[in-house]
Write a new protein. Structure first.
Length: 190
C-alpha cells in the first residue's frame, strides 16, 4: 500500500476556459499563488469573528489579502442528506482573494487551525459554526485542480451557493469559473 505521506499531491492546472479579466495584483507577490477563501459564521458574534479571522489571515507571513468582499447575511442552507432540518441562525459570509506561498494542502491546514482557534467544533456536518473557512479556488485565475481526500479544488459546491458567489462577485465578477461562466453569470443563474 502506498504511503500517503510520500505520494505527490494530485493537483494540476486546468486549462483556462477564456481570457477573463483578472483584477489587478495577479502575481503581485513573487513565487506566490492566488487563492480565494470563503468565510462564514453564525454562532456567537459572527461579525466580530469574521473581522478577527480577516486580521488573522492578514497577519500570516505567507498570506497577503488582495481583495475582500463586504459581509453578506444569508439564511443557513439545509443539508440535503439530513433526516431532519436543524434550525440555526443566519450566517454572515464573505470572500477574500489572497496571494500565498502555501501549496493548497498547507493552506487548508492553516485555515483549519484558524477555525480551531475560533472554537470551531466539527460535530455536525453543515451545522452551526463559530467560523467556517473554505478554500474555494487556487491559481492565477482559479484554475488549479486538486483531488485529494481532504481537499477538492475548485470547491465542489461553490457554483450552487449564492452565499459564496455573491461576495465573490463583489471582488472578481469577471473571473471565469469551472462552469465556463463568469462569477456574475453563474450568480445570475441561481
Amino acid at each position: 500500500m502506498p504511503d500517503p505521506e510520500k505520494e505527490a499531491p494530485a493537483y494540476h492546472a486546468r486549462a483556462p476556459r477564456s481570457t477573463a479579466t483578472v483584477a489587478a495584483g495577479a502575481g503581485s507577490r513573487r513565487g506566490s499563488e492566488r487563492a480565494w477563501i470563503a468565510l462564514g459564521a453564525n454562532l456567537g458574534a459572527p461579525a466580530t469573528t469574521l473581522r478577527r479571522a480577516l486580521r488573522w489571515l492578514a497577519s500570516l507571513p505567507e498570506v497577503a489579502i488582495e481583495a475582500r468582499s463586504t459581509l453578506h447575511r444569508t439564511a443557513a442552507v439545509p443539508w440535503p442528506e439530513a433526516r431532519e432540518e436543524v434550525p440555526q441562525p443566519d450566517y454572515l459570509n464573505a470572500v477574500v482573494r489572497v496571494a500565498t506561498r502555501h501549496d493548497p494542502l498547507a493552506l487548508l491546514r492553516v485555515l483549519l487551525s484558524l477555525e480551531r482557534a475560533a472554537g470551531r467544533e466539527r460535530s455536525r456536518k453543515w451545522g452551526p459554526r463559530t467560523l467556517d473557512l473554505d478554500l474555494l479556488m487556487m491559481g492565477p485565475r482559479g484554475e488549479l485542480v486538486v483531488r485529494e481526500p481532504e481537499l477538492e479544488l475548485p470547491h465542489p459546491r461553490m457554483l450552487t451557493r449564492r452565499f459564496v458567489l455573491a461576495p465573490l462577485a463583489e471582488i472578481d465578477p469577471q473571473l471565469v469559473l469551472a462552469s465556463g461562466l463568469t462569477v456574475h453569470q453563474q450568480l445570475a443563474r441561481l
